[in-house]
Write a protein that binds this ligand. Structure first.
Ligand code: NDP
Length: 246
């Protein structure tokens, strides 16, 4: 029970990596709030966890909308009195090579992956500052470290997240808040379903551990960074990629 009674917000918790993290954090004693736009899946997952005796809430929150984010943070404080951990996990891809990428593809990925992270952190940080304690975990990607064909928009955001993590580690560290990032390798979720099998097979071959990751591999890294065991880790980017970047 490494997170007993902690209040944890996980964005994009309705499916994929976020969903695995919600389950993991509940099993470690946390009260978990999902912020996602995937309503049906999020609500039924939260109900499922509540029926097992865990405490989980689903709130429809579009992370690109600051007012929605801020109002939901207020509601959480009213119900639970605190937010101990924020996991900025929601993210999207809209891939195209540079010359084919539309303005809509560019903007939508920047809005969710970068502005969304800014909005959630800005809305939640004041409550952590008030308590003099908190953990913020951002989700970068292996592609921020080596680039990726057809992903100008996505790579820009995932590289930007590394920068933001370091800025906030400095700004908020002095207020007792740790800010770190996880850089996942290729993880078997709906997000990689659009990646051709040929490419995935190449990724498996290039990974020293010889496999793609699974959502729980990343949830475990989130958990470690959210726990007291990571109290002196700040501004770090932890690769969880089977060694593909070495
Ligand atoms: P998924 O697409 O499986 O899940 C992401 C969730 O975020 C979905 O429920 C999605 O809803 C939701 N979401 C999208 N837009 C918003 C929004 N505006 N507000 C709130 N929620 C939103 O992604 P993964 O689990 O695969 O990825 C999770 C994170 O890990 C992302 O940041 C991703 O970039 C990162 N990552 C993933 C890798 C992978 O291989 N899977 C590799 C490296 C990094 P909807 O389905 O409606 O869009």
């Amino acid at each position: 029970m490494r997170l007993k009674d902690k209040v944890v917000v996980i964005t994009g918790g309705s499916r994929g990596i976020g969903k695995a993290a919600v389950e993991k954090f509940c099993s470690e004693g946390a009260r978990v709030i999902i912020w996602d736009v995937l309503d049906k899946e999020g609500e039924s997952f939260a109900n499922q966890l509540n029926s097992k005796g865990f405490i989980c809430r689903f709130f429809h929150v579009d992370v690109t909308n600051f007012v929605e984010v801020e109002n939901s943070a207020k509601k959480i404080i009213e119900e639970f009195g605190q937010i101990d951990v924020l996991i900025n996990n929601a993210g999207i891809t809209r891939d195209a090579t540079l010359l084919k990428m539309t303005d809509e593809q560019w903007q939508s990925v920047l809005n969710v992956n970068l502005t969304g992270v800014f909005n959630c952190t800005k809305a939640v940080a004041p409550y952590m500052i008030e308590k003099g304690k908190g953990k913020i975990i951002n989700t970068s990607s292996v592609v921020a470290l080596y680039g990726n064909f057809g992903q100008s928009n996505y790579v820009a955001t995932k590289s930007g997240i590394i920068g933001l993590t370091k800025v906030w580690a400095r700004e908020l560290g002095r207020k007792g808040i740790n800010v770190n990032a996880v850089a996942p390798g290729f993880i078997e979720t709906e997000m990689v379903q659009s990646v051709p099998e040929k490419v995935l097979q190449m990724m498996r071959e290039r990974t020293p551990l010889g496999r793609l990751g699974n959502p729980m591999d990343i949830a475990n890294a989130y958990l470690f960074l959210a726990s007291n065991e990571a109290d002196f880790i700040n501004g770090a980017v932890i690769s969880v990629d089977g060694g593909i970047t070495i």
